[in-house]
Design a protein around this ligand. Structure first.
Ligand SMILES: Cc1ncc(COP(=O)(O)O)c(C=O)c1O
Length: 458
């Protein structure tokens, strides 16, 4: 770093010029902007050299960990060879190779890979594909989307419309019309069948059939679901849920879109969440872990059936992005997937996930830890005011505990993770997939001391 970019200069410039995402900038009127300068393995380092355990893999992204020389090399090599070429009627080798490789990992006949630059664009692409597909196949009125309460699907206006978090949508209304919400699979707060996961799963899936009937099957194009819903704090599917959703989608000719922007590429110990839970989507949307974040990339993976009408005559999918499937990003993704195979990244998750779960479950002895839930390396810890009644915090308490205390206190204690209240208050954990018991113990110990301090503030 040049001399003029000392810490003071970075702080001033960050406050004067950098508009951070989803950020309350007033927080930094009275404190420094956290500036992370380096990553190594499962750890991050700020500009002063202080170390933090990366409990969130950046943002559910850095699967193989930080500081991988070979991924930096793959990017440099590709930039030297061919820095840019779009996928608009032309191809380049890394995009072709990656498309074949991703198709080989994807379940069933999900063989057609449309690259984007990130997850929101993949979601946007999936909805547009669903609409155009039905127009081309004689069902032009099918255009609506069903999604779940509190689920996050991205910020472009179509993806935001599919998102089920009202507060995040309100500033931008009116959004793209025609999306509808059904219950998610939060069994901790299940309105019915909370003691019987199978019955709860059946109940939740049947709400999708009900919504399709209510809107009119001739008007519904797709259902967007994450394998494990992130927002709200990690809701895995109850047994049989996705199998029942598949039946419903088949019955009404509605496309099942598995939004795996977080859940793909090892987060749940498989290349895709749909594989882990044994269901067959019509489309998978993914991003994040595909490159482990060493370069931006997303993808929509569609079944052969969905591409079929676009293979004839004058038809084309009227959609694209300048940087979708960028040569550097696709080359990096290939090198990232080489690491997955060589080092057995998915196997590491499968071998250690029980240890991760049981380590986090130790926190259930704290007064305000109500629930620990998730799968693979993807967990949410729900904080409650009263464990017996599951009463949650009110707005003011939530503000004081989560925003006012927990996020910063965890960070100051050396754990980068996220306290989130887009639903009931949760601490989210999704570390790099190279982590092992030592990292889980470090997380548990920091969480224990900070949450204990937090409960004393209430
Ligand atoms: C399930 C899901 N879909 C879509 C997105 C949007 O992805 P991006 O931020 O890459 O646009 C996210 C981001 O976290 C996500 O979790």
């Amino acid at each position: 770093m040049s001399e003029s970019w000392d810490d003071a200069h970075l702080q001033r410039a960050a406050k004067d010029h950098l508009w951070m995402h989803f950020t309350r900038h007033s927080t930094y009127d009275s404190s420094d902007v956290p500036v992370i300068a380096k990553g190594e393995g499962a750890y991050l380092y700020d500009t002063a050299g202080k170390r933090y355990l990366d409990g969130l893999a950046g943002l559910f992204v850095v699967q193989v960990g930080h500081g991988r020389e070979e991924l930096a090399e793959a990017a440099a090599k590709q930039a030297r060879e061919l820095a840019f070429m779009p996928l608009w009627s032309y191809a380049h080798p890394p995009a072709v190779q990656l498309a074949e490789r991703v198709a080989s990992y994807a379940p069933g006949d999900l063989n057609r890979v449309f690259f984007t630059t990130g997850g929101g664009e993949a979601v946007e692409s999936a909805w547009k594909l669903a609409k155009q597909y039905f127009k081309l196949t004689g069902k032009p009125t099918k255009h609506k989307v069903i999604s779940r309460n509190i689920a996050y699907h991205g910020t472009p206006q179509g993806a935001l419309s599919i998102t089920g978090i009202p507060d995040m949508k309100a500033p931008f209304e009116p959004l793209v019309p025609s999306t509808f919400r059904v219950p998610n699979t939060n069994i901790y707060r299940a309105p019915e069948h909370g003691d019987d996961p199978e019955a709860f799963g059946r109940w939740a899936a049947d709400r999708i059939a009900e919504a399709i009937e209510f809107e009119g099957p001739d008007t519904v194009a797709a259902v967007f679901l994450e394998p494990v819903q992130n927002a709200g704090g990690c809701f895995p599917p109850p047994p049989g849920y996705f199998q029942r959703v598949r039946e419903i989608c088949d019955e009404y000719d509605v496309l099942l879109v598995s939004d795996e922007v977080i859940c793909a590429f090892g987060r749940l110990g498989e290349m895709f969440g749909a594989v882990r839970y044994g269901y067959q989507p019509d489309i998978i949307t993914c991003a994040k872990g595909l490159t482990s974040g060493y370069s931006p990339l997303g993808a929509m993976i569609a079944s052969d059936r969905l591409m079929e009408p676009f293979l004839k005559g004058h038809e084309s999918f009227l959609h694209g992005y300048t940087f979708g499937g960028h040569p550097v990003s696709t080359a990096v993704a290939m090198a990232n997937l080489d690491i997955f195979e060589r080092e057995g990244i998915n196997e590491n998750v499968r071998a250690n996930e029980d240890g991760f779960r049981s380590t986090l479950e130790k926190l259930l002895d704290l007064d305000i830890v109500g629930d620990v839930r998730g799968d693979g390396y993807f967990y949410g810890i729900e904080l409650v005011k009263d464990k017996a009644t599951k009463e949650t915090f009110n707005e003011e308490e939530s503000e004081r505990l989560l925003r006012g205390f927990l996020s910063k206190a965890l960070y100051d204690a050396g754990l980068y993770c996220r306290a989130d209240d887009r639903g009931d208050p949760v601490v989210q954990l999704a570390p790099p997939l190279i982590c092992d018991q030592e990292h889980f113990d470090e997380m548990e110990s920091i969480l224990r001391s900070v949450i204990t301090e937090g409960q004393n503030l209430l």
